[in-house]
Design a protein around this ligand. Structure first.
Ligand SMILES: Cc1cc2nc3c(=O)[nH]c(=O)nc-3n(C[C@H](O)[C@H](O)[C@H](O)COP(=O)(O)O)c2cc1C
Length: 341
């Protein structure tokens, strides 16, 4: 039991990673928190009203602490009409295979962060985590006032130091093996999870949360031995019963051999790790984030609905082949068997 566990009231030193895009359902978050870990709601793609609703849905299922996660926004990139036309033309044949017209860039490409943030304050979770950058002073003060534990994401020692200087309460250290988007904003060396955990724990006076490729009890132990206070696992929960992972995504995970992940910008314009498929192989000139994410939304939604995994973002970490089915509580027990006692 360390200070961070005590502050969050955890029995199990495991955070279920926030997984935006409907995977970290209120059911998953509540089940993990009920079982003694910390469930996190990935709220980045939710509207403010949906965030409040999802927070209430978690609370209806558990009185235990949970986290909410958002993406720090950046100024929208400027792109030329030619670049948009090229990215659109590249996706058009894939759309045609699904019977969809060529994609178009919507007017609104992302949610309003300030309004999302207000919704998080309204939900008042025990912890707020964020990726892709640093918070402003107003947000930091608001979180402090609401007594919400603040957790930033670093993929390097330099980022961890910047977050520490901002006064975050803990830092997620994301190794290169991690599934989903790279959560940093400076140079990313895709560091080994345990090596980066050791380096940050030694140099930064903050609790470290290790993430990336941690799939079983031995991995969790190793991360804690490397200096982490907690671990954050995403891929391990993808096939949990309560997760919102679509049927074709689940089938692709079950069928994938080890070593099938790639880092790709094809779906969102930002580097993310997932199972290789036709989109990661065929899309070569994505628009920068968040434009590509908006441009591929129809493709991903239709592919999920019609069972076409070759067109879906199949985010997964390098440990994906060691993932298993079961309830969230069962998955949590494979990560921390001591929790049963
Ligand atoms: C499907 C998926 C979605 C993710 N979405 C988010 C997110 O919304 N916010 C975030 O901070 N991290 C997100 N991540 C990254 C996780 O926080 C974490 O770094 C990663 O899952 C750890 O590696 P692992 O998948 O090998 O356990 C996501 C990961 C996955 C697999």
């Amino acid at each position: 039991m360390n200070e961070l566990m005590r502050r969050l009231g955890l029995r199990v030193p495991v955070i279920q990673a926030p997984m935006a895009g409907g995977i970290s359902t209120p059911e998953l978050v509540a089940a993990v928190s009920e079982a003694g870990g910390l469930g996190s709601l990935g709220a980045a793609y939710l509207s403010p009203a949906q965030i409040v609703e999802a927070g209430a849905a978690v609370r209806a299922r558990t009185e235990r602490p949970f986290a909410v996660n958002l993406f720090v926004p950046h100024p929208l990139p400027t792109v030329t009409p030619e670049e948009v036309a090229a990215a659109t033309a590249e996706l058009a044949p894939l759309h045609a295979e699904l019977g969809l017209p060529a994609p178009t860039l919507p007017e609104r490409v992302q949610e309003d962060f300030a309004a999302q943030f207000q919704a998080v304050l309204e939900v008042r979770p025990a912890a707020f985590s964020f990726a892709f950058g640093r918070l402003g002073t107003t947000e930091r003060a608001a979180l402090r006032e609401s007594d919400i534990l603040t957790v930033g994401t670093a993929t390097s020692l330099a980022e961890a130091k910047a977050l520490a200087a901002d006064g975050v309460n803990a830092v997620v250290v994301q190794g290169g093996a991690a599934g989903g988007h790279r959560g940093g904003w400076m140079q990313d060396d895709l560091a080994d999870t345990l090596a980066l955990t050791r380096a940050v724990a030694a140099a930064v006076n903050l609790p470290v949360i290790a993430a990336g490729g941690l799939m079983d009890a031995a991995d969790v132990r190793a991360a804690l031995n490397a200096g982490a206070s907690l671990v954050q696992c995403g891929t391990a929960f993808l096939r949990a019963k309560e997760a919102g992972t679509s049927a074709p995504y689940r089938a692709a995970l079950a069928a994938a051999d080890p070593g099938q992940t790639v880092l790709t910008r094809a779906f969102s314009g930002r580097p993310a790790r997932g199972l290789a498929n036709r989109v990661t192989a065929e899309v070569a000139i994505p628009l920068p984030s968040p434009l590509q994410n908006a441009l591929t939304r129809d493709l991903r939604t239709t592919a999920a609905r019609t069972g076409r995994a070759e067109f879906l973002s199949l985010w997964a970490g390098e440990g994906h082949a060691r993932g298993r089915e079961g309830t969230a509580a069962e998955v949590l027990r494979t990560l921390w068997p001591e929790g049963e006692q």
